[in-house]
Design a protein around this ligand. Structure first.
Ligand code: B12
Ligand code: SF4
Length: 560
């Protein structure tokens, strides 16, 4: 049994379909077998369904038994995981596979994995996803994590399961990192024994690594990424889809989907760079159409949030997708770069608007080209293009959602002030624009921002326990805590950003919160008008009280 665990990541009731794990589940469900057969030759991508004979299918069967534990739904994930992994036949593969991003998700993952390891020391635990891909050594220093799979996970998890089932060397598992070296105990763990063999080289090391016995870590090279159309369809039929359908600005039954992996750019604050090494792989429009039709027909989905890191990289793909789904009446949302979207032709914008595109999230990042260059934003990005895109999207009736990375060196105060003025210009051009304000949060990626942060004393924690503390959890949420130049003035920059956000969101109430009535909007606008006119953003206590009263929802919590 392979238990796929999605640690808590959001507030109750908002849980998105856990796509990272569903992608892994698809491969386990389909079952590639382990005799060196390629995914491509083995999987029948969406060719047939075992029960209905419709075109949407889970593949050929014969994979590994798996089950999903979603920490967004299950109140005590550790107890649930232990129950599912207890009492299995000795010959069965047991494995706990965990997806982890920094923040509260990591905090729950640490606590749960520690409990599972204590209860079931023979069950190997593998972490994958954004956090372990960037901080592999820190993860493997924890005695309760045995493996990390870096980057794309489908093929690698299958390979790891094969090695666990048949014994053999771990070197063959693409992107696997694991602990090797001498055992710290005389008896080896069950999992280790199952792998057999005499030497340690390439085999599972004892998972009980304590204190100063720092493990030696081996990092297998990441394999070439699997083409997405060669991977099987997600096993929607195996989860309670009703739990993952939500009512929001887009629709009454909104689902999450992912249609590509990676991004060809290398912005210096972005975790995607380590994940895909500037590669972008995408599902074909035909595949996407087939999945959309399945979701509409089977689950009465009426809106889709595309969780791709960069949905819009290929104009041809977007245009064909928009044409293919035009008759479905879907409303959809995606993330895309400002410069890419400005390069699209009017014909493509027409098709997108007619196909139901309602909102696009873009990293506008800053109001100056110098800051964009320091962030290594790349492409043709510029502040002027951001303004143009706001104008263009107003024309097509698509809501822009622009995020900013504020308070960057060399002069964080000035950076904040300039970007505030820039945001006011955007709002004049397109008042519906949603503004999402972040402060720079380092990722371990060379670049002037990270270099500057390190120069000023910033360092990542080197244990998972430290990452799981409230301070680091807060830092991971991109609020600017713990960044040397933000802290230098006792949090003054952070406060300025939050105050500005409060005033601008009152003066231009978000269009995406369906609960805001016209009375609410008028009250917010009136109450904030004098502040906005005088640029008096500090201490907006009365607006905070008003926001509380009407259960105001911040734009950054409505998006992905
Ligand atoms: C959906 C999503 C969420 C959802 C939650 C998803 C969930 N799992 O429950 C919500 C909206 C709640 C959310 C919240 C946050 N998120 Co988020 N989120 C995403 C998003 C858009 C999509 C993730 C996804 O499903 N991708 C599709 C799947 C198929 O791809 P994947 O995740 O990469 O998975 C593949 C591999 O990574 C790997 N893999 C992943 N997990 C595992 C596990 C195992 C065992 C293995 C073997 C392999 C493996 O294999 C998978 C298949 O190839 C990503 C960006 C992106 N497009 O990836 C950001 C992203 C992961 N989030 C991010 C952030 C920062 C946050 C927040 C901190 C934001 C904030 N300020 O609040 C919060 C933190 C939440 C928390 N509680 O910790 C960052 C992480 C940055 C970093 N430094 O690592 C990302 C990368 C966005 C970005 N560009 O910055 N998020
Ligand atoms: S374009 Fe977006 S996804 Fe790509 S590296 Fe930059 S911020 Fe990350």
């Amino acid at each position: 049994m392979i238990v796929l665990y999605n640690p808590l990541s959001t507030t109750p009731g908002k849980q998105p379909l856990p796509l990272s794990l569903m992608s892994l589940a698809a491969v386990l469900e389909a079952g590639a077998g382990d005799q060196g057969r390629s995914l491509k030759s083995e999987f029948k991508v969406g060719v047939q369904s075992r029960s209905s004979g419709s075109e949407f299918g889970a593949g050929v069967g014969g994979g590994y038994p798996w089950s999903l534990v979603d920490g967004n739904i299950v109140p005590d994930p550790a107890a649930e995981i232990i129950a599912r992994l207890t009492g299995l036949p000795a010959t069965a593969v047991s494995l706990l596979a965990v997806t982890v991003m920094p923040g509260p998700q990591l905090t729950q993952a640490v606590e749960v994995c520690r409990r599972v390891k204590a209860a079931l020391p023979h069950v190997p635990i593998v972490w994958g996803g954004y956090f372990p891909t960037q901080h592999t050594d820190t993860v493997l220093r924890a005695p309760y994590v045995d493996f990390v799979i870096r980057s794309q996970g489908e093929r690698a998890l299958q390979q790891l399961a094969d090695v666990l089932r048949r014994g053999g060397v771990l070197n063959s598992v693409g992107g696997l990192s694991w602990k090797t070296g001498r055992s710290t105990r005389s008896d080896r763990s069950d999992a280790s024994r199952r792998l057999g063999g005499s030497g340690d080289e390439g085999r599972l090391a004892n998972s009980e690594v304590h204190g100063s016995d720092l493990p030696e870590i081996v990092n297998n090279p990441v394999q070439p990424l699997a083409t997405l159309d060669d991977l099987p369809d997600l096993p929607y039929h195996r989860v309670d889809m009703e739990r993952y359908l939500h009512e929001n600005y887009l629709g009454r039954r909104t689902i999450a989907h992912n249609s590509s992996f990676g991004c060809p750019f290398a912005c210096s604050f972005c975790a995607v760079v380590a994940m895909s090494n500037r590669r972008w792989l995408a599902q074909s429009p035909a595949r996407m159409e087939r999945v959309m039709r399945h979701l509409v027909d089977t689950y009465r989905v009426d809106a889709v949030q595309m969780h791709d890191m960069d949905f819009f990289i290929s104009e041809a793909r977007t245009a064909e997708f928009a044409e293919r789904i035009a008759d479905l009446g879907l409303r959809w949302w995606g993330l895309g770069r400002v410069d890419t979207l400005m390069q699209y032709s009017d014909a493509t914008w027409d098709k997108m608007a007619r196909s139901g595109l309602r909102m696009v999230f873009s990293g506008a990042e800053s109001g100056t080209d110098e800051a964009l260059a320091r962030m290594n934003k790349g492409g043709k990005s510029s502040a002027a293009l951001t303004l143009e895109l706001a104008r263009r999207m107003r024309h097509y009736g698509v809501v822009p959602e622009f995020s900013f990375v504020l308070g960057c060196p060399p002069d964080p105060e000035q950076d904040v002030a300039t970007t505030f003025e820039f945001i006011r210009r955007i709002k004049r051009i397109n008042p519906a624009t949603e503004i999402v304000l972040y402060t720079y949060t380092p990722v371990p990626l060379d670049g002037s921002l990270y270099t500057e942060a390190r120069k000023q004393g910033f360092a990542f924690p080197d244990t998972l326990e430290a990452w799981a503390t409230p301070a680091w959890q807060q830092l991971s949420m991109r609020r600017g805590d713990g960044i040397p130049w933000m802290d230098a003035n006792s949090g003054g920059i952070r406060r300025r950003v939050r105050n500005f956000e409060r005033v601008i969101n009152a003066y231009y109430p978000t269009v995406t919160d369906a609960r805001l009535t016209s009375w609410h909007r008028a009250a917010l606008k009136t109450a904030s008008a004098w502040r906005y006119a005088l640029r008096w953003y500090s201490a907006p206590y009365e607006l905070r009280a008003l926001h509380r009263l009407i259960h105001y929802q911040r734009p950054e919590t409505t998006g992905f």
